[in-house]
Design a protein around this ligand. Sequence first.
Ligand SMILES: CC(=O)N[C@H]1[C@@H](OP(=O)(O)OP(=O)(O)OC[C@H]2O[C@@H](n3ccc(=O)[nH]c3=O)[C@H](O)[C@@H]2O)O[C@H](CO)[C@H](O)[C@@H]1O
Length: 263
Amino acid sequence: MKQPLKYYKNNIIGAMNLLEVMASHGCYQLVFSSSCTVYGNPSSLPITESHPTGNITNVYGRTKYFIEEILRDVANSEKRWNIVSLRYFNPIGAHSSGLIGEDPTTNFSNLMPYIAQVALGKKPSLSIYGGDYATPDGTGIRDYVHVMDLAEGHVAALKKLQSKHLHLQVYNLGSGQGTSVLDFIKTFEKVTGIKVPYTIEARREGDIASMYANCDFAKFDLGWTAKYTLEDMCRDFWKWQTMNPNGYKSNDTTSMNGKADRH
Ligand SMILES: CC(=O)N[C@H]1[C@@H](OP(=O)(O)OP(=O)(O)OC[C@H]2O[C@@H](n3ccc(=O)[nH]c3=O)[C@H](O)[C@@H]2O)O[C@H](CO)[C@H](O)[C@@H]1O
């Protein structure tokens, strides 16, 4: 929210440059990483791909929305383009080896890495942003999906693009399950055996109450469904986090990845 031009420059100018370079080399096949944020504050749940887009609550989401619009124009103007846009819901988790995951050393504000930092003792407690939403327990509801399921979704999209000319097709990739922040904490505590202290704070600017996906179209057209549970997501993220408490920092002696680099 604080640096809109950085987001626009990086995401939109970057996407335009990529499209130009691809076309100049005769490459017209693309899988775009979009986001459920393109739906904005949803008017109906679960969200299908036909739900209107554009009523966005944050800059990052707006860049994803604008890029989807650019892709639509580009695909309409040149029939050789064959594009899939995957609208991820909330990707979390890590590779089950514990060797590949989200680097917690960079700036972050997402729920999963924050909870893990609290569980590690690196942060004193979790701030829950809003306990007064119109949801069963008052906390925000999201559709968390394992990153390995998303990876499978990409493979399914590539196979589809190779077998059929779609021009431009969008798919939701989510678990289809809505989970509140309090339910998330309970699951994390059950999986790790570690208590996560929290306080309920004011709502975060740009947040919405509730969103979760209808993924029937991805199932029908790509043969894809999410297989991992929230327990799996917490287990795999925790394994990555405990094996690499300082992320990919190469001089970190406790990092598995750091050790592997030196052998
Ligand atoms: C406003 C914002 O940054 N939105 C981004 C965030 O969506 P989300 O806000 O959906 O993801 P998130 O992981 O930041 O938050 C998930 C839920 O946990 C809540 N929560 C989160 C952190 C925390 O310390 N305490 C807490 O209560 C939050 O209010 C929400 O209800 O991530 C998405 C990718 O996954 C997209 O990048 C979204 O644009």
